[in-house]
Design a protein around this ligand. Sequence first.
Ligand code: GLN
Length: 302
Amino acid sequence: MKSKPKDSKKLVINVSSFANLWEARRWASLFLKEHNREEGVADLLLMDLMSMSKSQILAAMRDDFPQEVQAKFIERIYQHVDNGTPVQHLIGYEYFYGRKFKVNRDVLIPRPETEELVHLVLKQIEKEFDEKEPAKVIDVGAGSGIIGITMKKENPALDVQAVDISRKALEVAKVNAKNLMADVRFVEGDFLTPFIDVGAKADVVISNPPYISADDEDSLDDVVRLHDPKLALFAEDDGLAAYKKIMYQLPQVVNGKALVAFEIGDQQGAAVQKLMKAVFPKSEPEIVQDINKKDRIVYAWI
Ligand code: GLN
C-alpha cells in the first residue's frame, strides 16, 4: 500500500510559476516520485492539458508554459498525489485497443490485460466462424463498454450485445459506443439473466467480471481501491462468485458450438478451469498467460 503523502503542499509552496514546460515536468516527476506515484502521470496530464502528443511535448520543453495551464497542472498533480485520483479520472478517458474511451467513477478503468482477452477471442472467432453467419457475441459486465465495442469495431460483421447491472456504467458505455460509432446493443441486468428471460442465444460469451476477493482489498493500491467501482472489482467466494454465476447460466444461453472466454485473476486459473469443466464436461478449457507471464484468461469451445 502506498503511504499517505505528507505535507505535499508544503513541498511546492514556492512554486508559483515555471519558466517553461521542462521545469514544470521536472518538478512534477520529482514530486510524484517522492510520494511513490508513477512519474508517467505528469506526461499524461501535460498531453491532455496542452492537447499534444508525447513527442510534441518533448519538442516543446523550452517553450512557454501558459500560467492558467500551469495552475491546472499543479492542481491535478496534487489531486493524484493526495488521494490517488487516477490520471484517467482527471483527464476523463483511457485508451483501449487504440481507441479513446470515456471513463469516470462509475466504470472500471480499462486495463491493458483485457486487450489480450479481446485479441484472443477475435482470433478464435476468425478461425472458427463462417463470415456469412455472423457470430452472436455477449459481453457480460460491460463497464465502459470496451470489450463489446472493440469487438464490433474490429469485426463489424459480429452481432454484439453487452450487459451490465449498473445503469450508470451503461450510460458511459453508450456514450463510448456513440462516440466510436459502434453498433452494440446494451442491456441492463444481472449477468446473463436478461438473455435467459427472452430466450436469446449466443455463439460467444466474453467477460471480464469482478474477480478480486474482498480479503485482498487492503493490499490494493489506493488508486484502485478508492476510485474504481467496488461492484467492478470485488466478488464473494474468493473472487469466484461471478464466474460461478455466469457458468451456471451459460447452458441456457449458448448455441451448439460456442466460445466462452474469461479474464481471470492470476491465481484463479485452475479454479475457473475446473468450474468450466464441471459445467461442460466435454470442453477442454485452456489457461492463457498475459504479457507478464501471469495466468490471465481461461477459455474453451463448449
Ligand atoms: N468489461 C469492462 C472491462 O473489461 C468492465 C469489467 C468490470 O467492470 N469488471 O473493463
